[in-house]
Design a protein around this ligand. Sequence first.
Ligand code: AMP
Ligand code: ZN
Length: 470
Amino acid sequence: MSIQFYNTLTRQKEEFVPINASEVKFYSCGPTVYNYPHIGNYRAYTFADILKRVLLYNDYKVKHIMNITDIDDKTIRDSQKEGKSLKEFTEFYTEGFLEDVKKLNILPPEKFTKATDYVDEMVKIVETLLKKGIAYKSEDGSIYYDIKKFPNYGKLSRLVLEEQKENASGRIKTDEYDKENAQDFALWKAWDENDGEVFWTPPFAKGGGATSLGKGRPGWHIECSAMSMANLGEQIDVHTGGVDNIFPHHENEIAQSEGATGKQFVKYWVHNEWVLVDGKKMAKSAHNFYTLKDLTDKGIDPLVYRFWLLMANYGTRVNFVWDALKASEVALKRLQRLYLELGPSDAKALEGKEEVGRIDENYKKKFKEHVSNDLDTPRGLSTLWDLIKDENIPDADKKATILDFDKVLGLGFADLKEDIIPEEITKLVNERALARQNKDFKLSDDLRTQINSLGFDVKDTDLGQKVSKI
Ligand code: AMP
Ligand code: ZN
């Protein structure tokens, strides 16, 4: 079966044909560890996870690398604000990120690569670009990429070349900037006192800049070029990130990598759209973000967020609202209950206590077609619902098929415990909600006692009642 991805490079949905069928080379831009990522960021990593799972589901071997940006303008700025070393500061947030990744059932890549472990590789690329005359040294000792020397500059973001020429007179040293500011960008930043103890001294930095004293640090964009090429080679199949990475980050990655090797860097560039809040991009700088902890503090399982994400295609914008998340929670719980009602675990089945199910090939074909079609998880989920409701499929087969689908969905069906809330309790909880609505607190308390006596606890949260086993 063929896989299709929407390739930002060609602005078309294309059939996926790997460079070398024996192993797909896949790189994802990972987090900048200067704070807790927000749930919008986790859309990028969940989407990369689904993409990888779809490749695996189609029997490809996948080598996946995700970077951890532990050096850039923001990590340096904020580590100093907190009076911590860059290492101590970034390791703290890296830990937090890895915990969240587990909670979201994101398969770990083959390697999480830390930028600070690859400075030598970055230096080599900068040296090559200097040698080729594509990069130059400025007065302060920084090294800039001369975008006019790379005729394909702008091919990913479709930067209009005329505009580029008009604006391309200056240089830009900061890591992030917009398309209107397309200029020569910093590959290597000469040291200044804001960098404190953070610096390296490669040979090309010598003699440059009165204040830098030959010291400096890499720019953000060179980091991903170096980590991708060091682990996956000069040419890779798929590179992912959010749409805001298209310019300048990915445009600059192409310029650096292709400028250095003369070969096409990435075959398929695939980008996820934004999570919005009230119609605006969720972002740290806009102070309109939530972290995964904000969800778990409200008693919401991170997998509910994953499920909510899967209900939309990665390429469409989604507006985050608590009520929608709550509705996803209800839907996921229903799915889980229906799954558990299908019978005992496969382990028991294998012990001979239950018939071992077989994957239903018709449903599998439909599901695979959907998810392989540019990761159409909404249709994949509706196939799952159709399967669960289909009375012509034996329960054991349904179970086996759901577990197979879950290789892509990653909703953790295999790990579900049997402590799902029974119908009887759900009925009492609904009655209690009504009693509370009518301000009949005596009845509400009686119902709580009854629920407790049946072995369940009920808590009142601002998102309604939360029930759990005592
Ligand atoms: P950053 O830490 O800002 O580099 O972002 C990490 C990843 O999250 C990148 O791939 C971004 O494109 C992505 N991203 C940032 N904000 C959002 C958002 N609101 N919705 C979806 N993805 C986002
Ligand atoms: Zn990157």
